[in-house]
Write a protein that binds this ligand. Sequence first.
Ligand SMILES: Cc1cc2nc3c(=O)[nH]c(=O)nc-3n(C[C@H](O)[C@H](O)[C@H](O)COP(=O)(O)O)c2cc1C
Length: 175
Amino acid sequence: MNDLTNIIKERRSIRKFTSQLPDKSLIDQVIEAGIYAASGRGKQAPVVIAVTNKELRHRIMEENCAIGGWDKGFDPFYGAPVILLVIAPEEIPTSVYDGSLTLGNMMLKAHELGLGTCWIHRAKEEMEGALGDEILNKAGLSGKYIGIGHLALGYPDGEAAPIPPRKDNRVIYID
Ligand SMILES: Cc1cc2nc3c(=O)[nH]c(=O)nc-3n(C[C@H](O)[C@H](O)[C@H](O)COP(=O)(O)O)c2cc1C
């Protein structure tokens, strides 16, 4: 069943990917879901940078690994062939919220399409360094951008984890 509630409930963070690159049409559909997210004052400020270039993917991996303090050789993107980096202009006050919603939409759309994702953190620090400048340059962007987050994107390698039960006392009605 592919109704929205199931997609929301069954989506899981995937931490093992096959090396198969999804067709561009699938990647496009995931990104489209992201850029249709609501945004503060309708500014549509977040930008999605899809990295399929192996050399750049490797450098982002190394940078993320270093920022995270892991030993060299660990891949914080779990072998995913695509990295979707979401950035948003520094001057937009809702940038972090807008970008987070963009990432959330993309996670759900990817799951609907049979792809796996995992939100990978440390985009903020990454965009503050020299690699961030280089990424902006390669993307043809100027101005100041905050790194909001990445998605590791690809085909899951293995079965999805069961749905973790929700914690109690997280919903409060005030009637
Ligand atoms: C803001 C944010 C940052 C996250 N950063 C990472 C990360 O760097 N690496 C990782 O493996 N998972 C990361 N995750 C995934 C969470 O660990 C995951 O969503 C959580 O364990 C719940 O599992 P689920 O996504 O399968 O429901 C992040 C999730 C969010 C929302």
